[in-house]
Design a protein around this ligand. Structure first.
Ligand code: PEP
Ligand code: MN
Length: 262
């Protein structure tokens, strides 16, 4: 189902005003929803910069069980407020199959994170949901395994899947993960599903977000998802990779320039 049938075959997913797979998609926002002030301020900033969607985690898959786990329902309500203030649709992660149906009341796109890529009960559940799904590549997964996971969702009847390359684990330790940009071209060749890139989790390094975002668009990606915080130094999660709002705006100016000549 996720296989490309002809060179023109492409899935276009309309969310809010944007057509993912056709228009340039820029999903931006904090790693996690920390407060209404932080989320609304960041949402206004990324909207001004030209983002097309707001991201933010209410359920955080943290390495340590003692780290901040997210605000849950309160976080989802804050995301709705930020969406109302800016008009930006909301992309947010769902961790547990039992939460899918009610998280749909708050999310415009359901995100399945790298750690859950092969959580087949979660995939089946989001496959039965009436919201598009952003499926991140498993950090230990091949492109083929990733496409099979998209297949799980499509097979349940949900045709709106967006793939997201977010870096894979290699022997390299300089970056948080290794961004596999060639996965963009591989997906363009193999599948009709939109493909976006997450340079924030792929690199974990502030200095690399802009060059890897530009590289993603140059490689033919349909969009990017990036972490932005109104006060990066205070971020409760993924501080080292959070763009400030001015940095995001500068990056967007360069992205727009690049896309003009493509
Ligand atoms: C995220 O986007 O918030 C996230 C946790 O990313 P990943 O699943 O790619 O680590
Ligand atoms: Mn993060």
């Amino acid at each position: 189902l996720c296989q490309k049938q002809s060179p023109e075959h492409k899935t276009i997913i309309e969310v809010g005003g944007t057509k993912i797979g056709q228009d340039l998609t820029v999903i931006a926002g904090p790693c996690s929803v920390e407060s209404e002030k932080q989320t609304v301020e960041t949402a206004i900033g990324v909207k001004e910069g030209g983002a097309t969607m707001l991201r933010g985690g209410a359920f955080k898959p943290r390495t340590s069980p003692y780290a901040f786990q997210g605000l849950g329902l309160e976080g989802l309500k804050i995301l709705r407020t930020a969406s109302r203030e800016t008009g930006l649709p909301v992309v947010t992660e769902v961790l547990d199959p039992r939460d899918v149906s009610w998280v749909c009341e708050y999310a415009d796109i359901l995100q399945v994170g790298t750690r859950n890529m092969q959580n087949f009960s979660l995939l089946k559940e989001v496959g039965r949901a009436n919201k598009p799904v952003l499926l991140k590549r498993g950090m230990h997964s091949t492109i083929n395994e990733w496409l099979y996971c998209a297949e799980y969702i499509l097979a349940e009847g949900n045709k709106d899947v967006i793939l997201c390359e977010r870096g894979i684990r290699t022997f390299e330790t300089y970056t948080r993960n290794t961004l596999d940009l060639s996965a963009v071209q591989a997906v363009l060749e193999l599948s009709h599903l939109p493909i976006i890139v997450d340079p924030s989790h792929a690199t974990g390094l502030l200095s690399m977000i802009e060059p890897m975002s530009l590289a993603a668009f140059a490689a033919g990606a349909d969009g990017i998802t990036v972490e932005v915080h109104c006060k990066p130094e205070e971020a409760m999660c993924d501080k080292a990779q959070a763009l400030s709002i001015p940095m995001f705006k500068r990056m967007m100016a360069r992205i727009n320039k690049l896309n003009e000549c493509m």
